[in-house]
Design a protein around this ligand. Structure first.
Ligand code: ADP
Length: 288
């Protein structure tokens, strides 16, 4: 499902004394099947933008197009139901929204509310427990008896239970330790590839954006100020610095090494593995 934003503006508390502009003239496209990272400082408009992606907010100005559906200021709530089911959002700390007695019931709750039969919802819940790498016996446990990382997986399963074609992730690894972070990020990448899930990641981590995404959107002061592949965006360090953003650690290292050896390495090292390969190639060539 392709998504596009055309001249989107958003005002919180419109026409009240507390009116606050959060988005201005945002233009962006997110292609079906892509993995897009949205990057920007706190207050740059990322959360407001992502709430437009499933109709939780309607633009004050401009148009948000999700598949064939167009959402503008005047769109009626009724038209948004299908969009909500097709675009799943994993909010920060999603485990805070768990509430059922058992993990199985928690995952089944959403689909059953949308009219899916109990048998089908249970089948999907067990499939997701396995897909998310949870032991089968958690199905009958209380979600509150699980570890933090496991609770997060259950909450993510609750979003995936709708079989969304677009998955929006708002800082999905916040509060997890480094190992838990990597596991969850690798899991989303696997889902993106296996299920052809269009994935949209809001992140502060340049490393995650460089490693997983194929398209980046940079937000600054409520505007989308840069967009492109990670190679394109991270090669323009000067422009990124204008938005007080940096490049991934591997790119920083690459530039430091280039200064030390007095020549440039080929390509842009978006990950540590790519950097290691570039250094090894340069070392071999230097030894000849
Ligand atoms: P980010 O997710 O990048 O931190 P937000 O979308 O949360 O940015 O915020 C964009 C701007 O909108 C900020 O100036 C913020 O203070 C303002 N804002 C966010 N939520 C609200 C709200 N509920 N009411 C009023 N202003 C808000």
């Amino acid at each position: 499902m392709d998504i596009s934003l055309q001249q989107v503006g958003y005002l919180y508390g419109k026409d009240t004394p507390f009116e606050k502009r959060a988005l201005q003239d945002v233009n962006a496209t997110i292609d079906s099947g892509s993995y897009t990272a949205i990057i920007g400082h706190t207050g740059s408009g990322k959360s407001t933008l992502l709430m437009h992606l499933n109709g939780l907010l309607k633009p004050s100005e401009g148009v948000v197009q999700i598949g064939n559906a167009k959402i503008s200021a005047g769109t009626k709530a009724k038209g948004l139901k299908d969009i909500r089911r097709n675009v799943g959002i994993v909010f920060q700390f999603p485990e805070h929204q768990l509430f059922e007695e058992t993990v199985e019931k928690d995952i089944m709750f959403g689909p059953m509310n949308f009219g899916v039969s109990e048998v089908e919802a249970r089948r999907r819940a067990h499939e997701l427990i396995e897909l998310l790498g949870l032991p089968p016996e958690v199905a009958q446990k209380s979600p509150f008896d699980l570890s933090g990382g496991q609770m997060r997986r259950v909450a993510i399963a609750g979003v995936l239970a709708f079989n969304p074609s677009v998955l929006v992730l708002d800082e999905p690894t916040a509060g997890l330790d480094p190992r838990g972070r990597k596991e969850i990020m690798d899991l989303f990448y696997r889902l993106h590839q296996q299920e052809k899930l269009t994935t949209i990641l809001v992140t502060h981590s340049m490393e995650d954006a460089a490693r997983y995404a194929d398209h980046l959107i940079i937000m600054h002061g409520g505007r989308s100020v840069m967009a492109g592949t990670p190679e394109e965006v991270f090669s323009d360090e000067t422009k990124l610095a204008e938005y007080r953003l940096g490049v991934p650690r591997s790119v920083k290292f690459q530039r430091d090494i280039e200064k030390l050896i007095g020549r440039t390495l080929p390509g842009l090292a978006l990950t540590e593995e790519q950097l290691a390969t570039a250094i090894a190639t340069a070392a071999k060539e230097g030894g000849r």
